[in-house]
Ligand binder design. Structure first.
Ligand SMILES: *Cc1c(COP(=O)(O)O)cnc(C)c1O
Length: 485
């Protein structure tokens, strides 16, 4: 086996800054003041805050050590399915940090924000082109927020047509945020079972689509990493009853430059700039979930919209059918700069190649681990593949045991127990940015763990063994959180 990236050496213990504090220790030496001491205002006296007293080196080591306890794409492969944890070129960070962008103020007014508005306008145009839609709003702050915006547009569309509907169809392979977004708009979500091959059957949709159903939300590629090949036929069924099709485009990393969702019957789609278009994520944000719409829903886009007149750009609120506002100002601008830099530096061919490589890498993982882990849907996959722990059941080893053990081998675990349609799911998304050598190391690690399941299951059940803390009591962590540190 190749050497693994994981090691337990030279990972330091680190106490709190308060514990390291020594009275009188200081990070700088100031010359003795030649100004006479003056008493403080009475309101400001009292006990001085007990801040830690440390040297510069104490502080540098403290934060450097803490940073090394962390794991990110910059430290190793992060195969978290459904998240597209790919490497983000550092140039995109440099562009977003440029003074003109970083210091732009949303209250500066259109006249003083022409560069930023132009960037946002062009980004909307590029995203419209990539997805095959008419118009885009960049405002939503995340994928789920984009879903909410899309649902509110569908809601506004039915209201405008004079009759509100009460239901939304949601397949069992949809992301969990889909039913939540539908519920926030007051819709009841109706679950549809996927067919045996993991994708939706048109007949299942036809059987329940009616004139009280506002539409369907389809994640495509779906959360099994499979392309919903019947989407066009399904869209026709939904449209024939006056419904609309919401596309969850969080998995666009598999199909950029290959499939345009606007061409296959979808009416409204969100993207996750922080997944597909190169913004670092994990740790909760900020994100950006632009929404693209076709002709039917364009009048309902949130305001303000960016309008180009001759060579100038302005934010316009005068759209009578708009669903209203979804964000203060115009969303998370820094993320837009990163996405814009990414799209420009990749070009159309680069984006298409990225998707092809993402799909190739996932299929490579799928084929290499087939036989080691059970593969409930053995079909060519898109950008991720879903295994489970069926083969390890005889040794009483679970997906969680294997995921924990991967930490010892130096890998962030894949997504576990999602999607819900696969019992004990182990979902791997290698992304296009991993090299064959790194993917091979990951595959070797999973194979070694599968051997351990057979030969030393006791050890696996205690994993991780080499990390700073070993197996945590996750139930206690969820039920009795210690929020004081
Ligand atoms: C990540 C994801 C979402 C939600 O996106 P957030 O930006 O986390 O809100 C929705 N659908 C799918 C398929 C996803 O993978």
């Amino acid at each position: 086996m190749n050497q693994q990236p994981g090691t337990s050496g030279l990972i330091f213990n680190e106490p709190l800054l308060w514990d390291k504090s020594r009275d009188g220790r200081c990070a700088m030496s100031l010359p003795k003041s030649d100004v006479e001491r003056a008493p403080l205002d009475a309101n400001l006296t009292g006990d001085a805050p007990k801040l830690p007293q440390l040297s510069e080196l104490d502080v540098v080591r403290h934060y450097t050590r803490l940073s090394q306890w962390n794991f990110g794409v910059d430290s190793g492969m992060y195969p978290l399915g459904s998240c597209t944890m790919k490497y983000n070129p550092k140039t995109n960070e440099v562009q977003a940090a440029r003074k003109g962008f970083a210091d732009a103020h949303p209250l500066a007014g259109d006249e003083f924000s022409q560069g930023s508005l132009k960037l946002m306008y062009n980004l909307e145009q590029y995203l419209a082109q990539i997805t095959g839609f008419n118009a885009v709003t960049l405002q939503p702050a995340a994928g789920a927020h984009g879903e909410l915006a899309g649902m509110l547009m569908i809601h506004a569309f039915h209201a405008k047509n004079g009759k509100q509907r009460s239901k939304i169809l949601i397949p069992d392979t949809a992301h969990g945020t889909n039913p939540a977004s539908a519920a926030l708009c007051g819709y009841d979500s109706i679950n549809i079972k996927s067919g045996k091959n993991g994708i939706l059957e048109p007949s299942a949709v036809a059987a329940i689509m009616d004139e009280d159903t506002a539409g369907i939300m389809v994640t495509n590629p779906n959360t099994l990493g499979l392309f919903e090949a019947n989407i066009k036929e399904i869209a026709e069924i939904v449209h024939s009853k006056g419904g609309l099709v919401y596309g969850d485009g969080a998995n666009m990393n598999a199909i950029m430059g290959i499939v345009k969702p606007g061409d296959i019957g979808i009416d409204v789609l969100h993207l996750n700039l922080h997944k597909t278009f190169s913004t670092p994520h994990g740790g909760g944000g900020p994100g950006s979930g632009p929404v693209a719409v076709g002709k039917t829903l364009e009048p309902f886009l949130p305001i303000p919209r960016i309008v180009k007149e001759l060579d100038s750009y302005k934010l316009v609120t005068d759209f009578p059918d708009t669903m209203g506002r979804i964000h203060t100002f115009y969303g998370h601008f820094g993320i837009m700069v990163r996405a814009y830099a990414y799209i420009l530096s990749m070009g159309a061919k680069g984006l298409t190649d990225a998707s092809k490589l993402a799909v190739l890498n996932a299929n490579y993982v799928k084929e290499s681990l087939k036989g080691t882990l059970n593969l409930p849907y053995d079909l060519p996959c898109m950008h991720e593949c879903v295994f489970n722990d069926e083969f390890q059941k005889e040794y009483h080893i679970t997906t969680m045991d294997m995921a924990k053990r991967l930490l010892d081998y130096g890998f962030h675990p894949p997504t576990v127990y999602f999607p819900l349609v696969v019992d004990g799911a182990f979902m791997v998304e290698p992304t296009e940015t991993e090299s064959k050598e790194d993917i091979d190391q990951f595959i070797d690690a999973v194979k070694a763990i599968a051997r351990e399941a057979k030969e030393d299951p006791e050890k696996l059940r205690k994993a991780p063994l080499l990390t700073k803390v070993t197996r945590l009591d996750e139930v206690a962590a969820a039920r009795k959180p210690c929020l004081r540190g």
